[in-house]
Each structure stands twice: as structure tokens, then as C-alpha cells.
Design a protein around this ligand. Structure first.
Ligand SMILES: NC(=O)c1ccc[n+]([C@@H]2O[C@H](COP(=O)([O-])OP(=O)(O)OC[C@H]3O[C@@H](n4cnc5c(N)ncnc54)[C@H](O)[C@@H]3O)[C@@H](O)[C@H]2O)c1
Length: 248
């Protein structure tokens, strides 16, 4: 069995689209089996077919990462079917509409924090209960917007900054168990999430030094590198992949 992730089981949330889908496929190409979670069914079915075509095992569950019972049950069932986890990539996320502090809607704040921050914590907790005794990696998807916030996306930048802090704290808590914890912080990447918001890509590109969108393969390559033994000394770190957005 060839590949840097041969014999490993990788859990990916938000696996039906964008960064999660690209990362799951790249991990499978490196020999990993895939346990996939998403809120939406269509992308999951496609991903499972694509992973199996690569000769790897794949199972999927529909679950909301902000629902503690649902994500705990989904991850438990996937681990019973596929075995103990070596990697959990808490990638599922949602963006928010632009608003000022004065116009901030509390329901929207709570919705985004629930998915983008609490969802990561719940995913990690569910994964930990099903982890391989040899340890592995908890990886979260943060954002360049947590490092360089800009304006108007308060719940999103707060949630992602929380994700960065949670991961660094967990890196300390889980080091004795041989579990590494890291964050990738993508910049503006063209996915259904960013395409779905009018003017988001055009506005965002103005502050990107390389002047281009980050590609899905750029993000997936970094995520998969962190999953491999080549990154065995890397924990408690946040890695921007943002075409220079946070350099200025
Ligand atoms: N695209 C960008 O420019 C960019 C930049 C920085 C960070 N990110 C982060 O990357 C991650 C992936 O986003 P993407 O750009 O690939 O978007 P995407 O919309 O293509 O994918 C997000 C996936 O998450 C799923 N999802 C959303 N809410 C969920 C929930 N409550 N439970 C389970 N699944 C849920 C969606 O169904 C979707 O399949 C997110 O955490 C996002 O915040 C994206």
C-alpha cells in the first residue's frame, strides 16, 4: 500500500464541498481511508464514490457539527465501521453576511459561533473518543481573517480566532497522548462559500499581495502534509496559506 497516509483513517467534516472535499480526496490519494461528515447529502455521495474509485475505503454520515448528539453519534458510527481515527480535520464552516456592530443580529452571531467554533470543539471531542492509541492529528480550519480581520464579519472572525486559540491550548493538553493539534488558515479561496456572497471575492482580492485566489489544491496540500509523519514535530501552530494576505 503506497502513500504517506497508507493505513490511516482520516475524518473530514464539511467533506462534501470545497476545501474539505479536496483535502479528503488528496488524503485518499496518499493512501488514507476517509470518514466523511457533512450537513448536505449530495457532495458526500460523490466524495464516497470518488474515494472508492481511488481504491480506498470511505463511509459518510450527514450531521450538523453544532449538534453535540448528532456529531458524536456520526463519528462513533464511522469509527465502528472503519476503525480508530488517526486524523480529524474539523473543516465544516459557514460564512456570515456583512454587518456593522450596531446592526449585528444576535441570532446570526450565535449561529456562526455554534458552527464555526463550537462545531470544531464538538468534532474534536467526538474524534478523541474514537482515536487510535498511537495518537495522531487534530486539524482545524481557521482563517486568515482571524489573523487580519478587516471589517464587517464579526461572528466569523471571532469564531475563527477562537479556533486558533482552542487548537493551541489542546496541543498542550493532548501532547502527552501523542496527539498533535494544528490549524490551517486559508486566505481567499474560491469555493461555494465565497462565491455565494456578492462581491466577497472582488473585495477580498484587493488585499492579496499575490493578486490571485488560493486554489483548493494549495490548501489540501498543506493539510495533507500536516497529517503525515513528515510533520511529526509540528504541533500548536497556525499555518496561513493565503497568497500573502496576512504578510501586510
Ligand atoms: N473559501 C475561503 O476563502 C476560506 C477562507 C478561509 C477559511 N475557510 C474555511 O474553510 C472551511 C471550508 O469552507 P469552504 O470554503 O470549502 O466552503 P464550502 O461551502 O465549499 O464547504 C463548507 C462545507 O461545510 C458544510 N457545513 C456547513 N455547515 C455545516 C454544519 N453545521 N455541519 C456540517 N457541515 C456543515 C457545508 O455543507 C459544506 O459542504 C470553512 O471552515 C471556512 O470557514 C474558507
Amino acid at each position: 500500500m503506497a502513500g504517506r497516509l497508507a493505513g490511516r483513517l482520516v475524518l473530514v467534516t464539511g467533506a462534501g464541498s470545497g476545501i474539505g472535499c479536496a483535502t479528503a480526496l488528496r488524503a485518499a490519494a496518499e493512501g488514507a481511508d476517509i470518514a466523511a461528515v457533512d450537513l448536505a447529502p449530495d457532495g458526500l455521495e460523490r466524495l464516497v464514490d470518488d474515494v472508492r474509485r481511488l481504491g480506498r475505503r470511505a463511509e459518510a454520515r450527514q450531521a450538523d457539527v453544532s449538534d453535540a448528539d448528532a456529531i458524536t453519534a456520526a463519528v462513533g458510527e464511522l469509527a465502528r465501521e472503519l476503525g480508530p481515527l488517526h486524523v480529524a480535520f474539523a473543516n465544516a464552516g459557514t460564512l456570515t453576511r456583512r454587518t456593522t456592530l450596531t446592526e449585528l443580529d444576535l441570532d446570526e452571531w450565535n449561529r456562526v459561533i455554534a458552527v464555526d467554533l463550537t462545531g470544531v470543539v464538538l468534532t474534536f471531542r467526538a474524534a478523541l473518543a474514537n482515536f487510535h492509541p498511537d495518537g495522531g492529528l487534530l486539524l482545524a480550519c481557521g482563517s486568515s481573517l482571524a489573523l487580519r480581520p478587516g471589517t464587517g464579519l464579526l461572528p466569523y472572525v471571532a469564531a475563527k480566532a477562537g479556533v486558533h486559540a482552542v487548537a493551541r491550548s489542546l496541543a498542550l493538553e493532548l501532547a502527552p497522548r501523542g496527539i498533535r493539534v494544528n490549524v490551517i488558515a486559508p486566505g481567499l479561496t474560491e469555493t461555494p462559500m465565497t462565491r455565494g456572497m456578492d462581491g466577497h471575492i472582488e473585495r477580498g482580492l484587493e488585499s492579496v499581495p499575490l493578486g490571485r485566489l488560493v486554489e483548493l489544491s494549495d490548501v489540501a496540500a498543506l493539510a495533507v502534509h500536516l497529517m503525515t509523519d513528515e510533520a511529526r514535530s509540528v504541533t500548536g501552530s497556525v499555518f496561513p496559506v493565503d497568497a500573502g494576505r496576512t504578510a501586510v
